[in-house]
Design a protein around this ligand. Structure first.
Ligand code: PBG
Length: 303
């Protein structure tokens, strides 16, 4: 493990003076833009060089218009961070679920998510992030065909050099629970099983990964990580672009809670769990433990 492999997810919220701990994720916070640079300074201080931004807008609507607003929360935050920390790699999560009133990752047709009507909206969102200065865009919505839609849009608008890091293999997982509380994106009805993947199915992983490579993805994400090491392993063996494992909110919260109760050694377990993802074949780790892992590496406590 080394610090260059680590990506730290960060929640930015519209407003001022917000530096608010997320109840189900002790040690993780929501920041308003005015508090963001202090947080990034601290992250940079540990040696972590990449962040993944999630936005929490003030208002949500039926189609998620806040996702591509020029002065939207992510767009604003990207500009701020890139201005103050030009060397920090800024990746943005591209999805509508945090911006739609119903909490689904795409636009609705009745009670169904309309895959194809969602694609141009995701492409617009990715473009607005790139134009604000995002280094990498990371679509997490799981609509079919969105990598191509985003790539085509970025290329048509002169953003050829912005890579797409696609959540290619993302399961409909209960491990996302704490995250949905953090951003208030739990679906108002139904579930995400028509667009996220069924965890009973292992073979679909490589097929989904190959589709995204074909559509122009530059890096892939497998998510969640810890219960999906077999998937990380098979995807990384079949795919010749970098593979990231996303150790999601529920994985973090479980370690935190067990450590708080005194049942496990937090440093040792967080390290062992992260290392297992690398052993399985992940080139990159997206983890809420990124700062801690970097600090522990600096202190020689792990390595
Ligand atoms: C948005 C998105 C989710 C996560 C990342 N991007 C939630 C979801 O799909 O419901 C989960 C991250 C985590 O649990 O840490 N679609």
């Amino acid at each position: 493990m080394n610090k260059d492999m680590l990506i730290y997810p960060l929640f930015v919220q519209e407003g001022t003076g917000i530096h608010q701990e997320i109840p189900a994720m002790p040690g993780q916070y929501r920041y308003s833009p005015d508090k963001l640079c202090a947080a990034v300074d601290q992250i940079a201080g540990t040696g972590v060089r990449a962040i993944l931004l999630f936005g929490i807008p003030q208002q949500k609507d039926e189609t998620g218009t806040g996702a591509w607003a020029e002065s939207g929360i992510v767009q604003k935050s990207v500009r701020l961070v890139k201005q103050e920390f030009p060397d920090m790699l800024v990746i943005t999560d591209v999805c509508l679920c945090g911006y739609t009133s119903h909490g689904h990752c795409g636009v609705l047709d009745g009670e169904k998510v309309d895959n194809d009507k969602t694609l141009p909206l995701l492409a617009k969102t990715a473009l607005s992030h790139a134009q604000a200065g995002a280094d990498v865009v990371a679509p997490s919505d799981m609509m079919d065909g969105r990598v191509k839609a985003i790539r085509d849009m970025l290329d048509a608008q002169g953003c050829h050099d912005v890579p797409v890091m696609s959540y290619a293999v993302k399961y409909a997982s209960s491990f996302y629970g704490p995250f949905r509380d953090a951003v208030g994106s739990a679906p108002a009805f139904g579930d995400r099983k028509t667009y996220q993947m069924d965890f009973h199915n292992a073979k679909e992983a490589v097929r989904e990964a190959l589709l995204d490579v074909d559509e122009g993805a530059d890096m892939l994400i497998v998510k969640p990580a810890l219960s999906y090491l077999d998937i990380v392993s098979s995807v990384s063996r079949h795919i010749n672009i970098p593979v990231a494992a996303y150790s999601v909110s529920g994985e973090y919260s479980m370690i935190k809670a067990a450590a708080k109760a005194g049942y496990i050694d937090e440093t040792a377990v967080a390290y062992e769990s992260a290392l297992s993802m690398i052993r399985a074949g992940a080139d990159i780790l997206i983890t809420y433990y990124a700062k801690d892992l970097a600090r522990w590496l600096n202190e020689g406590r792990i390595g």
